[in-house]
Design a protein around this ligand. Sequence first.
Ligand SMILES: NC(=O)c1ccc[n+]([C@@H]2O[C@H](COP(=O)([O-])OP(=O)(O)OC[C@H]3O[C@@H](n4cnc5c(N)ncnc54)[C@H](OP(=O)(O)O)[C@@H]3O)[C@@H](O)[C@H]2O)c1
Length: 433
Amino acid sequence: MASPVVDDVKVERIYDITVFGASGFTGQFVVEELARVVDEENDLKWAVAGRSSEKLRAILVQAQEITGKTLENEIDIVVANVNDEDSLKTMCQKSKVILNCVGPYRFFGEQLVRACVENGCHHIDISGEPQFLEGIQLNYGSKAENAGVYVIGSCGFDSIPADMGVCQIREQFPGIVNTIESFLTASSSGSGTVGHYGTWQSAIHGFANSKELIGLRKQFQHKPMPRYQPRLTKRSSVFYHDQSSKWAIPFPGSDVSVVRRTQRFMHEKESMRPIQYGAYVTISSLFSLFMLIFGGLIFSILARYKFGRNLLEKYPRVFSFGAFSHDGPSRQQMAESSFTFTFYTEGFSSKEVEEKGKHDLKMVTKVSGPEPGYVATPIAMLQSAFVLLSETDKIPGSGGVFTPGAAFAKTSLIKRLMEHNFKFTTVTEAKQI
Ligand SMILES: NC(=O)c1ccc[n+]([C@@H]2O[C@H](COP(=O)([O-])OP(=O)(O)OC[C@H]3O[C@@H](n4cnc5c(N)ncnc54)[C@H](OP(=O)(O)O)[C@@H]3O)[C@@H](O)[C@H]2O)c1
């Protein structure tokens, strides 16, 4: 792969991959998955990093016990703290790619991106925070490009399935894609599942500061995107989706923001027709829907005030009605959980039909996989890193801030994901409406 530029520094990049925040809840599963699959790649050297060497050592011991791979005394430990610029610099100069698992990214993310750009090291994160992701694009896009550094955000469950799912549909659809709506269904058998506190905390502060996005987006001074007809169906904040036979709400994560950025990139850089995209989540029962509306109301009031945010942070289980906790899911709960995105695509069979502005083709596809936060996310993050290391020639440009779709559309990422427990399937082949 082409080496990023670092001025005036003699740098020896000892590690192909450094997992930063390896001692965190998500970080530990990234370490385990890396230990499991690293031998599938060509002679790859990796390290774990974080602010406590004791915790990192314990993570290596635990991953060794679980995977049966020799890690203790084999895998290096790098001590680095977001608040210590020199430690970040040293870590970046030793690494080709850093997998950043330290969040919430709005508090801890920018420092490492800056260090990566200044020290010629690629950066992959699993942020689901649009303000962070778009802010990094605004403030580091050209700097990263000039440095030959790839900063690729949202490479976890947010937003690889949605973004790569849309990329695959564009390839597969036998005509012109105009609109895609995705409906996420999360399933868990047995005792149900929970998300870990880190994601809850990111959601609280993302919601509290969601207005920032308006100002941020103005600063890009983007040209308006072309407005194709028919427009994407306008959905209300709660609606019944006939095709899923379920109630649904808009997906509260970063998928729409990420997919739209990918579509803008493809339109501006590759002259592609942008696809209109909407993301929704299905709700399993009317009772769950009422709980969600009630919980959402309390969350939205509390998240506005410091006192309320403190309460939300202190009692995640109470205020999320059991959806998040300080402990996160058990391994058993993770083993019993999965996700499915169902994509409903509509478009035109030809240019002539497109001119009439009425869809004549539709198709239904799915992207599914294991437990989203701590099984699917490490798989997606690691396969993204392997692709970045081995297929740089298929990633556009020579650096910059990218979404997964913009970076990986032409690479083997989907194939790799399918080899690692993700499924990309066609439910109904494209047919006339
Ligand atoms: N995209 C997705 O689907 C997805 C899935 C899972 C997680 N995530 C995101 O990943 C992030 C982490 O979540 P989590 O649940 O793993 O959180 P977590 O358990 O709280 O982990 C946070 C990590 O950050 C480290 N850290 C905190 N302050 C630091 C500092 N000053 N310097 C260096 N390291 C520092 C912690 O180190 P110590 O161990 O030393 O405290 C820990 O390793 C969140 O933003 C979450 O939203 C996204």
